[in-house]
Design a protein around this ligand. Structure first.
Ligand SMILES: *[C@@H]1O[C@H](CO)[C@@H](O)[C@H](O)[C@H]1NC(C)=O
Ligand SMILES: *[C@@H]1O[C@H](CO)[C@@H](O)[C@H](O)[C@H]1NC(C)=O
Ligand SMILES: *[C@@H]1O[C@H](CO)[C@@H](O)[C@H](O)[C@H]1NC(C)=O
Ligand SMILES: *[C@@H]1O[C@H](CO)[C@@H](O)[C@H](O)[C@H]1NC(C)=O
Length: 542
């Protein structure tokens, strides 16, 4: 579709440059007929939806209608007899200048136009000469506009610049530069302020012993996920007022970013392991191989990227060693007894439950190790001990989980955190990054590194373009009076139009010579008042 549109533009331009009015009429009729066949007959057949039910084709149709209308008007008026350069370059005011600069900024537009013009115009130039010519013209044209503006606002001679102007300009430039450097960082640090709170809507916890049917499975939906209030956040911070790192971490979040996830101690499912699997499980527990216990957790939250489902899976795995002090150890013994139907105390699994999760927009939900500082054991800073117990009714079994809540950290700190309720539930706290409004997605798509490399590098290159290498350009930028050079360019267009190709070659050679010889260029671009004193510089340029 895009290619087709492109072809149409090229053909239209071609017809315009050849000034073929008959061709244009035929092209116009073909376009009208094809447009209607396509939109009103083929489109409904292909997409099985009526033309008037979808917006994009309607808009396309409208734009196309305006284009056809304007084309019809052009056919009626006829093509201009002379096509001299760019239509923006008819005048030399600001409006034209800024429009022309805008035209030059649009990626590939200048190149495409130059190339198409060369294809369709009769000329003696090669494409490379043509490009040179267009480049010179664009340059001289912009200079002419600047000179015109300077004439309108002349600078008095020998007057120092006003401090106000200097400070205003200087400050603006400095702010822009510093802004470019800091923008990504500021943006990301503000990110937590501009976004909306993004509390998970579902948290699921699952514990497996070996590869068998999960023993405990529970999920918390929004009615058991509690958002902190400002009051509760203050209580939370109060608890950790003596711990700088923990407090700093909390202060990165607002109350509405922190959630307490309340999971019931009883598994949601009946334990429905098949008898053969149960035998295998018993064998594995009774064997001398390592037994793996996995806690899998899944946090589901909203994301701003459509390709990201927002479900963050992660897991903690601990191993039960084959032997403890020469025997199978309490864990294995207890599990075996439980599986055989004996009543025993709860079985302890060490350091398996992540109590505090940091949920990010990058799709991670890593445990935080800042909230249980009162311990020497590294794992104890992140994970909690839990006990598991197999309960049975007359004919069904289910597991129960409890957090172990008599350690120093709990007694000194955790018990005072709001929502803590060790007897009746398992509480997990989630610290959630804010979600960016979807409108800002394009910025955050590549993350901070992407933003930095594109924005800062590109911006710095562009800026360097303004600041560096000025000296090489002076001879072409600081021409006081470009009227003659501009006239030469326009003459070339004119003789080309008149099919005087020998003259075109001569004049272009003259233009090239001018740019090869700085001395001649200086003579050619003298200010008007000096011109009279000198010989006609045109005579020397040959
Ligand atoms: C565990 O293994 C030992 C010997 O390897 C065996 O005597 C015992 O009965 C087994 N226990 C169970 C519960 O299978
Ligand atoms: C915690 O309680 C369990 C039994 O409920 C006990 O065996 C253990 O020693 C206690 N731990 C501490 C640090 O008090
Ligand atoms: C976890 O259990 C181990 C072994 O019983 C014990 O040494 C440790 O203190 C417990 N840690 C916590 C935080 O309860
Ligand atoms: C939890 O249970 C323990 C003992 O079983 C009891 O001392 C404590 O008061 C209970 N806590 C709550 C909040 O019910």
């Amino acid at each position: 579709m895009l290619i087709l549109q492109f072809m149409l533009i090229i053909i239209d331009r071609g017809i315009y440059l050849r000034k073929n009015i008959l061709g244009k009429i035929i092209f116009q009729f073909i376009q009208i007929i094809m447009l209607h066949i396509w939109l009103f007959i083929l489109f409904p057949i292909i997409t099985k939806s009526q033309f008037n039910t979808v917006l994009p084709p309607q808009m396309y149709y409208m734009v196309k209608c305006f284009y056809l209308l304007l084309s019809a008007y052009q056919i009626r008026c006829g093509y201009p007899t002379r096509i001299l350069g760019n239509f923006l370059c008819k005048g030399y005011g600001y409006v034209n200048m800024f429009l022309f600069k805008g035209f030059m900024i649009v990626p590939f537009l200048f190149e495409l136009r130059t190339c198409m013009d060369w294809m369709w115009t009769e000329t003696s130039m090669t494409v490379f000469d043509w490009i040179k010519m267009e480049d010179i013209f664009a340059h001289i044209y912009q200079l002419k506009c600047s000179r015109n503006m300077e004439d309108e606002y002349p600078q008095p001679r020998g007057e120092k610049k006003k401090p106000l102007v200097k400070y205003a300009m200087g400050t603006v430039i400095l702010i822009i530069i510093i802004g470019i450097i800091w923008f990504p960082l500021v943006f990301f640090s503000l990110g937590n302020a501009v976004g909306e709170s993004n509390i998970p809507y579902d948290v699921t916890l699952e514990i497996r012993i070996g590869p068998y049917e999960p023993v405990y499975k529970m999920s918390a939906q929004s009615n058991s996920i509690f958002v902190f209030t400002d009051q509760q956040l203050n209580e939370f911070r109060e608890v950790y007022s003596a711990y700088k790192a923990s407090e700093t971490f909390i202060s990165n979040y607002e109350a509405t970013d922190i959630a307490a996830v309340k999971l019931s101690v009883d598994s949601a499912n009946i334990w429905s392991i098949s008898p053969p699997d149960r035998l295998k499980m018993v064998e594995e527990i009774n064997s001398t191989s390592i037994l793996k216990v996995r806690l899998e957790y899944k946090v589901s939250h909203k994301t701003s990227k459509p390709e990201d489902s927002g479900v963050i899976p992660d897991n903690v795995e601990i191993t039960i060693p084959p032997s403890v002090d020469g025997g199978p150890g309490d864990v294995r013994n207890n599990l075996l007894k439980m599986l055989q139907g004996q009543t025993v105390g709860p079985t302890l699994f060490e350091y398996i439950l992540p109590k505090f999760l940091k949920v990010t927009n990058r799709g991670t939900a890593a445990p935080v190790d800042l909230f249980m500082p009162k311990t020497e054991v590294e794992e104890a800073k992140t994970y909690r001990n839990v006990t598991l117990k197999l309960l049975r009714d007359t004919d069904q079994e289910w597991w129960q989980i409890h957090e172990v809540c008599n350690d120093t950290n709990f007694v000194a700190l955790l018990k005072d955190i709001p929502f803590q309720d060790c007897n009746n539930s398992v509480i997990v706290y989630a610290f959630n990054d804010k979600i960016f409004p979807p409108t800002l997605n394009f910025l955050t798509g590549g993350g901070i590194i992407g933003l930095y490399t594109t924005l800062v590098l590109v911006a710095s290159r562009v800026l360097r373009g303004f600041f560096a290498d000025q000296c090489g350009k002076i001879m072409f930028e600081d021409m006081p009076n470009v009227d003659r050079v501009l006239q030469l360019c326009l003459d070339i267009y004119l003789v080309r139009e008149a099919r005087e190709f020998a003259l075109e070659e001569d004049l272009f050679a003259k233009l090239v010579f001018l740019f090869r010889s700085p001395e001649t260029l200086i003579k050619w671009t003298r200010p008007k008042e000096e011109l009279g004193d000198d010989d006609d510089p045109e005579g020397e340029g040959q």
